[in-house]
Design a protein around this ligand. Structure first.
Ligand SMILES: Nc1nc2c(c(=O)[nH]1)N[C@@H](CN(C=O)c1ccc(C(=O)N[C@@H](CCC(=O)O)C(=O)O)cc1)CN2
Length: 361
């Protein structure tokens, strides 16, 4: 007997374990007429899946898939492909001009999630041949100590990319620290000059923030048209929502941003052909918010209690996946959607930086 974990979207912290016996399995398979298989996703949630590993030919953002099941946009697979492409470029650069791209990461404090992300960034660098440098500072370090590390990496010619892992401890002035990163090495794209250029027509940023860049890259790699579409971005953070909205606008979408003071979020979201959700609220967007056939990019990575999971919790997005996948034409899962793309885009930005600094085409 197999078992599937379904999230109860009406409650973010409770979940039901539904045993899938032969009968219910048949029922689900019938619902997925024409589908390839019945599958539990990496997070253990069930959905009908048309394609999960290879980019597809154009999906219309206007029309609902006839089967009533979304294509799963496989960020993990796309990120792997991008890492393979970067590996080739890194070795071509090394062989041609003897330069190895270098990425420096500054981690302040002892947040477990941040430590995991930094460890994963180092692993990803190793896997593509990028050199990595790391500074770890204690939670009670001073802002001056962080600025000193930034300044050291700004002056180090073997470092082509610098990032300060966020969030920083609350006693630090985040903007002051991000401003100190050399704009030529700002591979996170958080420097105000890079963000400012992103917002201006006719100006190009040196780097685009990794998570929003990953969202757009997924749309491109799955041939999802953006031009002329109505897009809704839920959330207006500096690192995801705001730059994602700017990028969609640059791609000629008509963009609305939904935030905590928006009066009618459901109504506005229901108009969208493309939804990017980056609000940090587990399962906030329900199936009823979604226009049939919309494409959904879920940036949320929210831990919810789950005693049956090895870690005692599992990750869910901002979108109620099992409702949304019946309405949308394509959707990113959590985990395995946008998350892996963030690190792939970081590697890509670091390679771009090294090429630019060394004038290597
Ligand atoms: N300086 C920065 N700080 C932060 C950024 C950033 O882009 N630059 N983004 C996030 C954290 N982040 C990278 O730093 C990040 C988050 C999640 C993932 C990821 O791959 N998630 C997996 C699930 C991981 C798990 O199981 O725990 C997934 O979604 O599949 C990568 C990077 C905030 N800080």
């Amino acid at each position: 007997m197999a078992s599937l974990m379904f999230t109860d979207c009406s409650s973010s912290t409770t979940s039901r374990l539904i045993h899938l016996n032969r009968r219910s399995g048949t029922f689900l398979l019938r619902q997925c007429v024409g589908q390839l298989r019945l599958q539990t996703t990496a997070s253990g949630r069930g959905c009908c899946i048309r394609s999960s590993s290879s980019p597809i030919s154009a999906i219309s953002a206007d029309t609902k898939s006839s089967e009533g099941a979304a294509i799963v946009i496989d960020g993990k697979a796309v990120a792997k492909k991008i890492r393979d492409e970067i590996t080739i470029e890194v070795s071509r650069m090394k062989e041609s001009i003897g330069v190895i791209p270098g990425l420096a990461v500054i981690l302040v404090g002892d947040r477990k999630d941040s430590a995991t992300y930094v460890r994963n960034k180092k692993k990803a660098c190793d896997s593509v041949g990028i050199k990595s440098f790391e500074v770890r500072l204690a939670e009670d370090s001073s802002e001056e100590e962080v600025l000193k590390s930034v300044s050291g990496f700004n002056d180090d010619p073997s470092v082509h990319g610098i990032l300060v892992q966020l969030p920083l401890p609350s006693h630090m002035d985040e903007q002051n620290i991000l401003n100190a990163v050399s704009i030529e090495k700002d591979v996170d794209g958080f420097h105000p000059l890079n963000i400012g250029r992103l917002a201006m027509r006719g100006r190009e940023p040196l780097f685009v923030p990794c998570t929003p860049k990953g969202c757009i890259e997924l749309l491109h790699r799955y041939n999802i048209e953006i031009k002329g579409k109505r897009a809704v971005v839920i959330g207006r953070s500096n690192i995801v929502g705001m730059p994602a909205a700017l990028l969609l606008q640059r791609e000629d979408a008509t963009v609305s941003i939904i935030h905590s003071r928006t009066k009618n979020p459901e109504e506005i979201t229901r108009e969208a052909d493309i939804i990017i959700a980056a609000v940090g609220q587990p399962n906030m967007v329900r199936g009823s918010w979604i226009k049939p056939g919309a494409v959904i990019i879920d940036v949320g990575i929210n831990p919810v209690e789950d005693p049956s999971a090895a870690r005692g919790y599992r990750l869910v997005g901002d979108i109620c996946y099992e409702e949304a996948c019946k309405v949308a034409s394509a959707i990113t899962p959590v985990p395995g959607g946008v998350g892996p793309m963030t690190i792939a885009m970081l590697l890509s930005n670091t390679l771009t930086s090294a090429k630019r600094i060394h004038n290597f085409q």
